[in-house]
Ligand binder design. Structure first.
Ligand code: SF4
Length: 371
């Protein structure tokens, strides 16, 4: 099995915390960009020959901002060039305020069956402050329009001025719709170079301890609503995990297409340029636009495997590890296990980070990746 990621780098405007590969003023390049993206899909298909695509994910940027014909065209190209499972999970990221009935009709025809909607906050004033283009009414309209689909909602902790009550209100709104089966709950990261970083430097953002306490209250709230945590930032109703993300955490193979997209195939990791101009120039000259390629050796592969799987509530299954690497997890990782024993749950068949330490997992994971 393999996953397929398509990057759509266009947004209506830039949110003040965003350092993703997204360009608010380059929508006029969409026609050329997608022509090149279809070309990349066609030429990359060789690399996935014999493999079945089980998940497809359109991320960004704002995939719902571009004309829907481009999404339709990408899927048409994917069905033509790849072996796509009939049960594939096909997700499109949506920003409220950029979707309507006519777009939805095209998405449906194209085969999209899951939508990931960026709410971030149920406080319209907060949304305005961080330059989101939507308000709470837009969110409600989007969820109502997408009723009946499998929906995932993004909510953030630590947005300027927000209290614990605000975050719980956002979760209350998100979980009040029966189509919502999945919640992604992210703590704000003030990335260097963004306007949010200035706020961070001025001491205007919540402290790590304050964010951790809101996170804990949010986990409790979501659990009461029937959303179980299966990764530090991801919660779902029984059986509604993001299959696309699970593939990443299981160290499954995936192909990323478009600017800034990363791939992991046949033991190699590679990433495309973040520049739209560079990307289109390469594809027009019949070249891929990779700026980074790395062959992963066996030791690194084991470290990655442990680090990714320990992020999830499933942890590592010893048999699966043995099947993958023909060696014993408890032997390979005896040192980090000894050092972090107090934070780990170890059974006969699995090892995982104890629930109460999942939020502060990074210091534990470092020991496993550098075992
Ligand atoms: S909508 Fe998403 S990708 Fe676009 S600017 Fe905002 S955070 Fe960044």
């Amino acid at each position: 099995m393999a996953g397929l990621y398509i990057h759509v780098p266009f947004c209506k405007s830039k949110c003040t915390y965003c350092d993703f590969c997204s360009y608010p003023s380059e929508i006029q390049k969409a026609e050329l960009y997608f022509a090149c993206l279809y070309k990349e899909l066609k030429h990359r298909a060789q690399q996935l020959k014999g493999k079945v695509i089980k998940t497809i994910y359109f991320g960004g940027g704002t995939p719902s901002f571009v004309e829907p014909k481009y999404i339709y065209g990408a899927l048409k190209q994917i069905y033509t060039c790849f072996n796509v499972s009939k049960e594939a999970e096909i997700t499109l990221e949506v920003n409220p305020g950029t979707i309507d009935e006519s777009k939805l009709k095209v998405y449906k025809n194209a085969g999209i069956n899951r939508f990931s909607i960026g709410l971030q906050s149920a406080n319209s004033e907060t949304l305005r402050i961080v330059n989101r283009i939507h308000n709470v009414e837009d969110f409600k309209n989007a969820v109502t329009l997408l009723k009946g689909f499998n929906l995932s909602i993004d909510v953030m902790i630590g947005l300027p001025g927000e209290t614990q009550e605000d975050v719980i209100n956002s979760l209350e709104l998100a979980t009040s719709f029966s189509s919502v089966k999945h919640i992604s709950l992210y703590a704000l990261k003030a990335e260097e170079g963004t306007p949010m970083f200035t706020k961070y430097l001025n001491g205007e953002l919540l402290s790590d301890d304050e964010v951790a306490s809101i996170y804990e209250a949010s986990c409790k709230y979501l659990s009461q609503k029937g959303f179980n945590r299966y990764e530090v930032s991801n919660f779902c109703k029984e059986g509604f995990h993001s299959r696309h993300n699970l593939n990443y955490w299981k160290r499954g193979e995936y192909l990323g297409v478009g600017v800034g997209a990363s791939s992991f195939l046949d033991g190699k990791r590679f990433t495309n340029t973040e520049s739209i101009d560079e990307y289109t120039k390469c594809l027009l000259s019949n070249k891929f636009a990779e700026v980074f390629i790395e062959e992963v050796n066996l030791e690194d592969a084991k470290g990655e495997y442990a680090m990714l799987a320990l992020r999830t509530s499933f942890g590592i299954n010893f048999n699966e590890y043995k099947k993958e690497f023909e060696s014993d997890f408890l032997v390979d990782f005896s040192e980090p296990i000894k050092k972090n024993r107090a934070y780990l749950d170890i059974s006969e068949s699995t090892i995982k980070i104890k629930d109460e330490y999942l939020y502060v997992q990074n210091s534990i994971l470092v020991d496993f990746i550098n075992f």
